[in-house]
Design a protein around this ligand. Structure first.
Ligand SMILES: NC(=O)c1ccc[n+]([C@@H]2O[C@H](COP(=O)([O-])OP(=O)(O)OC[C@H]3O[C@@H](n4cnc5c(N)ncnc54)[C@H](OP(=O)(O)O)[C@@H]3O)[C@@H](O)[C@H]2O)c1
Length: 333
């Protein structure tokens, strides 16, 4: 067992798209658990779009260990409820070792489901899948046969939304993404009926071609011209679950203008509602009950891109912002 723990720090604020030199590794001894806590060796880390927002003033402190969702194995414990070898979900990632306390900041023991890989707990069974699940079942209240559009469809939330919508009996599912290879993956591997590359032309036109008969519901991961395009093709009484606005995270000073056709919400009696996964923690058990049998039967599997090695964490994060991932991006230590 190593005696050295490594943490990642942010050293300066970004100006536009972030660069690797804004991060630095720091070494120290493996921490000791205080009474009531345990030390875990991290196995999997999640890097997420919201981390880009945390890089701005008011987000992460400079020169301090960063936060992020992670799965770790207990290597030392001073909590009788946590034994060595237990698997724990926590939010003190971006480091090789973390001190965790059950019940604090969402720290919980991970249930083991036979045949379900660990990566599922940081993707479709984690916050990513929960976001997709509540967007579909609580915000959109998707009904069997309804047609759906999902933006950033080849990413973590997007792929999970596509899988879950299919299980819920969705009608036609259309996705947008940023490359021809990912368009192919969406229609050939990820269960989408149609997909387009938003870089190929005006998003509104591409979406109108991909969904010529309109859509009933939209999971918006992107905002900007995607939201505007969806407002145009939504049918009367259509619904939008606004989950994220990844198109604007790298240029927070210049967010895209509000959609020119926002008033379609009135004309077509649409409903637009924001989704914040942290308001739905109580749905976690329902998500697992719904998905675990499908994961165990092989009907679905977690869609993940895995970067190997803690030293690849920053590359994985920046690659995700550039769209290099298919499914949820994770770092395996
Ligand atoms: N509200 C909540 O509680 C909550 C929780 C989790 C996630 N989210 C949001 O959900 C969205 C997806 O998150 P995720 O974790 O699943 O990440 P992800 O989709 O796996 O990764 C981000 C993806 O965004 C796409 N992208 C990057 N820049 C873009 C741009 N300018 N225009 C369009 N697409 C762009 C890239 O794919 P392409 O190759 O397709 O461009 C990239 O793969 C984000 O907006 C995130 O903030 C919200």
């Amino acid at each position: 067992m190593t005696n050295t723990a490594i943490t990642l720090h942010q050293t300066a604020r970004p100006d536009g798209f972030p660069t690797p030199d804004l991060f630095a590794f720091a070494e120290g001894p493996v921490p000791e658990p205080a009474p009531g806590s345990a030390v875990v060796e991290n196995l999997l880390l999640s890097v997420d779009p919201y981390h880009r927002e945390l890089m701005e003033e008011g987000g992460w402190d400079l020169g301090a260990p960063l936060e992020g969702r992670a799965l770790g194995r207990v290597i030392a414990s001073r909590d009788p409820a946590l034994a060595e070898g237990d698997l724990v979900f926590h939010r003190y990632g971006w480091r090789t070792h973390s001190v965790v306390t059950l019940g604090t900041d969402g720290t919980r023991r991970i249930p083991t489901y036979e045949g379900v890989p660990l990566a599922a707990h940081l993707s479709i069974l984690g916050g990513t899948g929960l976001t997709a699940y509540v967007a579909l079942t609580r915000t959109l209240r998707l009904q069997p046969g309804e047609d759906l559009f999902i933006s950033a469809a080849a990413g973590g939330v997007g792929t999970a939304a596509g899988r879950i919508a299919r299980l819920l009996g969705a009608g036609r599912i259309v996705g947008s993404t940023g490359s021809a290879a990912k368009v192919k993956a969406l229609t050939e591997d990820l269960g989408f009926d149609a997909a387009f590359n938003y870089r190929d032309g005006p998003v509104g036109e591409l979406l109108a071609q991909a969904a010529p008969d309109g859509i009933d519901a939209y999971v918006d991961n992107v905002g900007g011209d995607h939201l505007s395009g969806a407002l145009s093709v939504l049918r009367e009484h259509g619904r939008i679950a606004w989950v994220g606005a990844v198109a604007q995270y790298n240029d927070p000073a210049n967010p895209p203008a509000a959609p020119h056709n926002l008033y379609d919400i009135v004309h077509k009696s649409l409903r637009l509602e924001g989704v914040l996964v942290r308001n739905y923690r109580d749905v976690q058990g329902e998500l697992e009950e719904f998905l675990v049998p499908h994961l165990q039967s092989g009907r679905i599997s977690p869609d993940v891109t895995v970067a190997h090695g803690f030293e690849r964490t920053v590359d994985a994060f920046l690659g995700m912002l550039r769209g290099e991932n298919t499914g949820k991006i994770l770092v395996e230590l």
